[in-house]
Design a protein around this ligand. Structure first.
Ligand code: SF4
Length: 353
C-alpha cells in the first residue's frame, strides 16, 4: 500500500506498511468486501453499527435478496423494510435507510452522491458512514473512526484520546492509495486482534509500536466509558383473540421499536390500565384472563420485566382512526408484519411461533 507521510504524524510509514501487509493476508472474507457497489457497502456499514459481524451476515444477504438496489428499497413499504430488519435491533437505522434511499432516488437519480456534504444530508448518515462510503465505495481519501479505531489508537498511545484527537490521527494516516483497505485494516485489527478484553498481542502485527503493551497492561486503555444507568421497567401485555386471530397494535413510527407491531401493553400499570389501553387504542373491550407467563428483555438502557396475560374478548368494533394502528392478525399476518424479537417472545407465550 503506497502512501506519503503526513505532517504531524507519529505512527509512521513502518506502522502503516506493517498493518496494511497484515490486513492483506488476514482479512476476513465478508460478503460486503466482495463488492464496490456503494449501496451494498452503505447497507453493510449501517447494519454493522452496534451489531456484530456474524449477526449481520444473514440479515445483509436476506435484505439484499429482497431489496437489491436503492430503487427497490425506496419503492418498498416501511413495514416490509422493518420486517427484513426485525431482530437486528436499533430500528431507527432501518427507517433512516429507507428514507435516505427515497432521497437518493428523488435528489440524486438513484446514485449515492460522492461528496461528503451531500452524503451527510442523507438521514442516518453520520461522520463514520460518510468516511466509510467515501473511502471504501469511492476510493477517496477519507478517515473512519469507530469503537475499534478508538481502542487501537488509545492502546498504541497508552492514553485516552478525545474524539477530536482520534479523528485527527486517523485523518493524518489515510493513504492516497486504497484508503478503504487502510480504514478496514485498522478496524479489522480492533475487531479481531486488539479486542476490548484479552487482546491477542502475540498475534498483533504492530506490537513494536504499542505503548500500552510496553507498559504491560493493554487492557487499561481506553478507560471504560461511564455507562448510562439501566432502568428496570415493568410492563403488562395482553393477548386478545377473535376467530383465531390475535390483536396486535403498531408502535408509533418514531422512538424505540418504532413502526413495529406488538401485543397491546402498558408500562408500570395493572390489569385495569391494560384493559383501558386496549379499548382506547383499538376499540376492543376485554376482561382480564389468566397469566400466560413472564419474560425478561434487555434493551440498551432498560431491563424490561414483561408479564403476558390472556384477555377475554368482550366485543367492540376495531377502531379506525389516528391511533388505531391495530388489527386482528392471522398466522399469515404474523409472518408478514414486522415484529420485534420481544413481540415474538411475548407471542410465543400464547402460542409457540
Ligand atoms: Fe492491541 Fe496488543 Fe496490538 Fe497493542 S500489541 S495494538 S494492545 S493487540
Amino acid at each position: 500500500m503506497d502512501r506519503r507521510p503526513h505532517r504531524g504524524e507519529v505512527l509512521g510509514e513502518a506502522f502503516v506498511s506493517r498493518l496494511a501487509g497484515w490486513y492483506a493476508a488476514a482479512r476476513r472474507d465478508l460478503p460486503w468486501r466482495r463488492t464496490r457497489d456503494p449501496y451494498r457497502i452503505w447497507l453493510s456499514e449501517t447494519m454493522l453499527q452496534q451489531t456484530r459481524v456474524d449477526v449481520v451476515v444473514p440479515y445483509y444477504e436476506r435484505f439484499l435478496a429482497r431489496f437489491p438496489d436503492v430503487g427497490a428499497l425506496a419503492a418498498a413499504d416501511e413495514a416490509d423494510v422493518l420486517r427484513e430488519w426485525a431482530g437486528l435491533g436499533y430500528y431507527a437505522r432501518a427507517r433512516n435507510l429507507h428514507r435516505a434511499a427515497a432521497a437518493v432516488v428523488r435528489d440524486h437519480s438513484g446514485e449515492l452522491p460522492r461528496e461528503a456534504g451531500a452524503l451527510a444530508e442523507l438521514p442516518g448518515v453520520g461522520r463514520y458512514t460518510v468516511g466509510a462510503l467515501r473511502s471504501i465505495a469511492f476510493g477517496q481519501r477519507a478517515a473512519v473512526v469507530d469503537g475499534n479505531v478508538k481502542r487501537v489508537f488509545a492502546r498504541l498511545r497508552a492514553r485516552n484520546l478525545s474524539d477530536t484527537e482520534v479523528w485527527r490521527l486517523a485523518e493524518s494516516m489515510v493513504p492516497d492509495a486504497a484508503p478503504g483497505d487502510w480504514n478496514q485494516a485498522l478496524m479489522e485489527l480492533g475487531a479481531t486482534v486488539c479486542t476490548p478484553r484479552k487482546p491477542s498481542c502475540l498475534l498483533c502485527p504492530v506490537t513494536s509500536f504499542c505503548a500500552a503493551l510496553a507498559q504491560g497492561e493493554p487492557e487499561r486503555f481506553p478507560a471504560p466509558a461511564k455507562r448510562a444507568a439501566v432502568r428496570a421497567v415493568r410492563a403488562l401485555a395482553g393477548v386478545v383473540t377473535r376467530r383465531g386471530r390475535v390483536l396486535l397494535v403498531r408502535r408509533p413510527s418514531r422512538g424505540l421499536l418504532g413502526g413495529l407491531w406488538e401485543l397491546p401493553n402498558v408500562e408500570g400499570g395493572d390489569g385495569s390500565a391494560l384493559l383501558r389501553e386496549v379499548f382506547e387504542r383499538t376499540g376492543v373491550r376485554a376482561s382480564r384472563g389468566p397469566s400466560l407467563g413472564r419474560l425478561r428483555h434487555q434493551f440498551t438502557h432498560r431491563d424490561l420485566a414483561l408479564e403476558v396475560v390472556r384477555l377475554e374478548d368482550a366485543g367492540g368494533r376495531l377502531a379506525r382512526g389516528a391511533r388505531a394502528a391495530a388489527r386482528f392478525c392471522s398466522a399469515a399476518d404474523l409472518e408478514r408484519l414486522p415484529l420485534s424479537r420481544l413481540a415474538k417472545k411475548a407471542l410465543a407465550l400464547h402460542r409457540p411461533m
